[in-house]
Design a protein around this ligand. Structure first.
Ligand SMILES: Cc1ncc(COP(=O)(O)O)c(C=O)c1O
Length: 409
């Protein structure tokens, strides 16, 4: 594999920082990834050189910003192999993308007695929006449980699907277990019964290649900030036939065609779902993050991060009392664990003082915690810039913390 880690790290100025006088080891990219200079410079360039509001411009600045914004829509479309840029909606993030679908699709298609199948390994962002719309419509959420090893059973999905099912919501990659779910097969099973599927791709888009046409996904969501882009930008991919059928999510400027007090007509896709001024600089800078990911190549990224995940797992398993959550054969660069007798919060707080940034707690996935009957856990997650040497540094910090905590009565 041709992977120039030194060059890649040089793109991320923050990695040179020290925290508490220790070199930063950033193992929290699943929460939010760090930003490369390409993205930082683009935001600055835009503000310095051609900032203006988009799609309504009668001047040079606005036109140039509009062009930049729409170019990124094309880039995103190509990145996920959408059939058309009409299918690429910019949102604030995965959470807003899922809320949009739950609200608009639910408004149009859900009714009393309907069922929405949601996997047990979902982030709260792929559970709560469905609960909200289900409560409004008198529909019901059906839990699709996962096996203890962190895999989903396709046979169980077949059993759960019924003529009441209106949609299946599932993560491409679990943010706790790291499981890469077989979404193509899942979609195939649901489609046999004409049931659409929303795939939450927040933890997949930065790490594995995505082809929404090959998957035949009805909806696919992800966030720019987890893939080295700015925060406050997300993507909703939706098949054009659905986006045409469902009502707008929010009303305001941009999403309309004509407005009068007698009634309003809506703009065409994708603008129908982009009310108000979007995160113009964020979207345009996101284009640079996509360029970087493409330049390195998702295949290389997958391989690199997989080797980090495997090495970290091996090293963690050397520790007495180690319990890792998620042992699926197909895993992405996320490892969640607990050590017997050590509270995850204490571990996180102490290891932070040694320069290592990890995530602790319920990881916005209470249903996963409930499955294992734990209050929380520790998660390490990798980005394109992490190294095996950082894993060694983390393990040695972890051993120190563990001894301190296990010695404390
Ligand atoms: C699987 C998954 N879905 C959804 C989200 C929510 O993403 P955002 O906060 O960017 O909207 C996250 C964030 O961690 C996630 O990991």
């Amino acid at each position: 594999m041709n992977y120039d880690i030194d060059l890649i790290r040089s793109y991320f100025p923050i990695l040179k920082n020290e925290v508490y006088n220790k070199p930063l080891v950033y193992f929290d990219s699943a929460a939010s990834a760090q930003k490369p200079v390409q993205v930082l410079m683009k935001e600055e360039e835009l503000h310095n050189d051609y900032y203006g509001n988009i799609h309504r411009g009668a001047h040079f600045m606005a036109d140039k910003a509009t062009l930049g914004y729409e170019e990124v829509r094309e880039k995103v479309g190509a990145f996920i192999n959408a059939n058309s840029t009409n299918e690429v909606i910019f949102t604030k993030g995965t959470t807003e993308s899922i809320n949009l679908v739950a609200s608009s699709f639910g408004e149009k298609f859900f009714k009393g007695g309907d069922e929405i199948i949601v996997s047990e390994m979902e982030h709260h962002a792929n559970i709560v929006p469905w609960q909200l719309v289900a409560a409004r419509k008198g529909a019901r959420i059906v839990k699709w449980p996962f096996n203890d090893d962190g895999t989903l059973s396709l046979g169980m999905l077949e059993e759960l699907l019924s003529n009441k099912t209106k949609l299946v919501a599932v993560a491409h990659v679990s943010n706790v277990l790291g499981t890469v779910n077989p979404v193509k097969e899942i979609i195939g099973i649901a489609h046999k019964k004409n049931i659409p599927v929303l795939v939450d791709g927040a933890q997949a888009a930065p790490h594995i290649p995505i082809d929404v046409q090959d998957l035949d996904a009805d909806f696919y969501t992800f966030s720019a900030h987890k893939m080295y882009g700015p925060n406050g930008v997300g993507v909703l991919y939706g098949k054009e036939k659905w986006l045409n059928e469902i009502p707008p999510y929010q009303g305001g400027g941009e999403m309309i065609s004509e407005v009068s007090f007698e009634g309003t007509t809506f703009n065409e896709l994708p603008y129908k779902f982009e009310a108000g001024t979007p995160h113009i600089t964020g979207v345009i800078a996101f284009g640079c993050a996509i360029d970087l990911v493409n330049e390195i190549g998702l295949k290389n990224l997958t391989e690199w991060e997989h080797s980090l995940m495997e090495y970290a797992t091996t090293r963690l398993l050397e520790i007495d009392g180690m319990k890792i959550y998620g042992e699926a054969p197909q895993k992405s660069g996320v490892v969640s664990f607990n050590i017997e007798g050590v509270h995850s919060y204490d571990l996180g707080a102490l290891i932070d003082k040694m320069g290592v940034a990890v995530r602790t707690g319920h990881l916005c996935a209470d249903t996963v915690m409930t499955h294992y009957n734990i209050p929380g856990c520790v998660r390490i997650s990798f980005g394109m810039y992490n190294t095996l040497a950082e894993i060694d540094a983390f393990i040695s910090a972890l051993n120190k913390v563990r001894m301190m905590l296990q010695e404390t009565p």
